[in-house]
Design a protein around this ligand. Structure first.
Ligand code: HEM
Length: 484
């Protein structure tokens, strides 16, 4: 029988293409999920429902569809919930290059974040953050760096000192903004936050050197949540290039400090503390450890704080009634020319609610990563050894089951505590953010100087949103700002 060319194409179309499509659709399932399913049959557990996506990319395209193209990030989880049901808030998938379990209920997140014996941190971008950084370290080495970090940035005395230290730059920045008249709050908030971090972490003063570092850190942060693909043109590759340059700058700084000695500097900063940290045997950190940790801390604290400040500006412009109440509260604590203190801020009840609500809705840490050290069981579901676990913190804050009318900015919802486990903007368990009080403090200080001295409005009241690498209005919150 003679096979015609068109017949052959038809056969390919009807037979082979769907077959390839089918194989692509199930490839990851056969590769990752099926072996676990066999393992589960012996112990009565099962893998959470969900789809493992296509080879290599997994569900990345699906994820990007919701986060980047249709801009409805919560529908990524809503879609799973509608398709597969609640499933104790666990779904299987393949994201950021690994087979993964998504956790999006309060109980699943609490369990995962508190079980350090079962899960290690599993940031997909450890190469960018640094393998010796507090963010990547485990066990006793993590505990050692963590205790120093907490002492340096999260104790009342330190916070009191930092509260005063950051204010000159915040005041100067606001004056400069009002002189310019129109600014993009995201860029400006980043600048002032980076200047402050540069000062109290490493004693760096504003100038071209700090501007270069700022750009390099921005490049690194972009790569942290991208597909870990180290080929030219990708965000990941660019982030690694930036990291190399950042390392060179800090290595030079460390060498300079070693030559000059401590007496050469007026203030003892975080970098000095890291350089002098000793373990139980009296051994100092290696330079590589110091470098990874200073870089890790800046990555963790920089964009998160600036984005929260940007969102505060945004919400206060959108909700004049909230702004008015804030002003009333702040006018009472304003003392001519003096800085506001941390103790003043602790007393500002409404401000603290505004800060909490801003951070809840800003969702700057939309998710955090863990990796199962061994097969783990949670309420009859298996979390397989070696798989990533993605604690989907964002969904906790935007799920109507947890917060009434969740997307509405309503500081009064903080009149009482949230339902247990529903507010995890700073994570939870032994790795809860050590910068949480510092971040809250900086947002509150910023709000103080803003509301007592300035009026501002959004240039684009209906600007669209973008959600990657972090949620923010596409115009970066462009504002017209002037002195009151
Ligand atoms: C609004 C601002 C901030 C948010 C929403 C935030 C959020 C988070 C979250 C969710 C975690 C947990 C990560 C995990 O469990 O794997 C975390 C950890 C961390 N954060 Fe923050 N953070 C903020 C500001 C800061 C600041 C200002 C600093 C320091 C200057 C900081 C330093 C850190 C560090 C070092 C860790 C790692 C802790 C560990 O692994 O033990 N963060 N942050």
């Amino acid at each position: 029988m003679e096979i015609t060319l068109s017949g052959m194409w038809m056969a390919i179309l009807v037979g082979i293409v769907p077959l390839i499509g089918w194989a692509m659709w199930w490839w990851n399932y056969f590769r990752y999920a099926l072996p676990v399913t066999f393992r589960c049959s012996g112990d009565g557990t099962k893998l959470p429902l969900g789809h493992m996506g296509i080879p290599f990319y997994g569900e990345m395209l699906h994820f990007l569809w919701y986060f980047k193209f249709v801009n409805r990030p919560d529908d990524y989880i809503n879609h799973k919930r509608n398709k597969y049901g609640g499933g104790e808030g666990l779904y299987k998938t393949h994201l950021f290059g690994s087979p993964s379990i998504i956790a999006c209920s309060p109980s699943a997140n609490k369990f995962i974040l508190q079980s350090e014996d079962k899960f290690s941190t599993g940031w997909p971008a450890a190469e960018i953050i640094g393998r010796n950084s507090i963010l990547s370290l485990q066990g006793s080495s993590h505990a050692r760096i963590r205790s120093l970090t907490v002492k340096t940035i999260n104790q009342p005395d330190t916070l009191r000192r930092i509260a005063i230290m950051v204010q000159p730059r915040i005041i100067a920045a606001l004056q400069q903004w009002s002189k310019q008249g129109r600014v993009v709050a995201f860029h400006e908030a980043k600048k002032v936050t980076f200047e402050n971090i540069g000062k109290y972490f490493c004693g760096f003063e504003p100038g071209p050197h700090l501007d270069t570092l700022d750009e390099l850190f921005a490049g690194m942060i972009k790569g942290v949540r991208s597909q870990p693909l180290n080929i030219p043109g990708t965000s990941y590759h660019y982030a690694l290039q930036c990291r190399k340059k950042v390392m060179a700058i800090f290595t030079k700084e460390i060498n300079k400090r070693r030559v000059e000695g401590d007496a050469a500097r007026a203030e003892y900063d975080l970098l000095d503390q890291l350089l002098h940290l000793k373990d139980e045997e009296g051994m100092e950190l290696q330079d590589g450890e110091v470098l990874d940790n200073i870089v890790g801390l800046i990555i963790a604290g920089y964009e998160s704080t600036s984005l929260s400040i940007m969102w505060a500006l945004y919400y206060l412009a959108k909700f004049p009634n909230v702004l008015e109440k804030l002003r009333e509260e702040h006018m009472i604590v304003t003392r001519n020319g003096d800085f506001i203190t941390r103790d003043d801020i602790l007393k500002l009840q409404y401000t603290n609610k505004v800060v909490e609500e801003t951070i809840r809705l800003a969702n700057v840490s939309a998710f955090v990563f863990r990796k199962a050290k061994r097969d783990v069981e949670f309420k009859g579901y298996k979390i397989p050894k070696g798989w990533k676990v993605i604690c989907w913190l964002r969904y906790l804050h935007t799920d109507p089951k947890n917060f009434e009318d969740p997307l509405c900015f309503n500081p009064d919802r903080w009149n009482g505590p949230p339902k247990p486990g529903t507010f995890l903007a700073f994570g939870g368990g032994p790795r809860i953010c050590p910068g949480n009080m510092l971040a809250r403090l900086q947002v509150a200080i910023f709000i103080h100087h803003l509301v007592i001295g300035y009026r501002w409005e959004l240039v684009n009241n209906n600007a669209g949103m973008t959600y990657l690498p972090h949620p923010r209005p596409v115009d970066g919150v462009e504002i017209n700002i002037s002195r009151m």
